[in-house]
Design a protein around this ligand. Structure first.
Ligand SMILES: O=C(O)c1cc(=O)[nH]c(=O)n1[C@@H]1O[C@H](COP(=O)(O)O)[C@@H](O)[C@H]1O
Length: 244
């Protein structure tokens, strides 16, 4: 099982812990127990809306690279300005919805052009909480994989660094879009975890084997009785996927 062929992930820190908490105390308490050498952190809509940019700055001062997950989706001018604001915060990665369209994506790309070390600009394709029936209900007749692929191609053509997709589409995207295009997969569930509201999931090792570069993992770690034990178990489960 641990053959060289499975050494596919080039970043030694593929885990991004989603700090989805309602206040600073539990979020910062968990961050204090985590090691910036072993994982990155994601700040999303809940924590950012509660605490604002100060929470990102706090985590960065503690040595963490931060994925600011605000999924911008608006007219090009507004998204471009929001991306610049995120870059000014010094975040490692930010995301926008690919369904905002080419002009919006290109405006986001252009807004980051002047930065010496711009954040990775990532496009959200089809949320991992959506299944085929949900897509049909919002007027999309495609299966998730076809839709994800179409949106990922648009993201690549507009100059984005990569996309968020579910692990179930990672192999297809990796084959079609090449090694350099960054694939971030939430919807990751260890075998002993519940799916919660996620609909398109795989295990951490399966996601990496399918071609994911980064795994966004929230509740399986943050809601575990011992988050550090849960993280350590996930790390053990993916050791064979990492380049030595
Ligand atoms: O962009 C994201 O991070 C994201 C995109 C997506 O399609 N699905 C998705 O779950 N996410 C985020 O990834 C995290 C997953 O958390 P858990 O389901 O608790 O592991 C959440 O913070 C979501 O906001």
């Amino acid at each position: 099982m641990n053959s060289a062929k499975t050494s596919i992930v080039t970043d030694p820190k593929p885990i991004i812990v989603a700090l989805d908490f309602p206040s600073a105390a539990p979020a910062f308490a968990l961050a204090e127990r985590l090691d910036p050498a072993r994982c990155r952190l994601k700040v999303g809509k809940e924590l950012f809306t509660r605490l604002g940019p100060a929470c990102v700055e706090h985590l960065q001062r503690s040595g963490f690279e931060v994925f600011l997950d605000l999924k911008f989706h608006d007219i090009p001018n507004t998204v471009a300005a929001a991306c610049a604001a995120a870059a000014d915060l010094g975040v490692w990665m930010l995301n926008v919805h690919v369904s905002g369209g080419r002009a919006m994506l290109e405006a986001a790309r252009a807004a980051l052009a002047g930065y010496a070390q711009p954040p990775l600009l990532i496009g959200v394709t089809v949320l991992t909480s959506l299944a085929s029936s949900d897509l049909a209900e919002i007027g999309c007749p495609d299966e998730p994989e076809a839709r994800v692929l179409a949106l990922a191609r648009l993201a690549r053509d507009a100059g984005l660094d990569g996309v968020v997709c579910s692990p179930r589409e990672a192999a297809k995207l990796r084959a079609e879009l090449g090694r350099e295009f960054t694939l971030i997969t939430p919807g990751v569930r260890p075998l002993d975890s519940t799916a919660d509201d996620q609909r398109r999931t795989l295990t951490p090792a399966e996601a990496l084997a399918a071609g994911a570069d980064y795994l966004v993992i929230g509740r399986p770690i943050t809601r575990a009785p011992d988050p550090l034990l849960a993280l350590a178990a996930i790390e053990r489960s993916i050791t064979h996927c990492l380049e030595s």
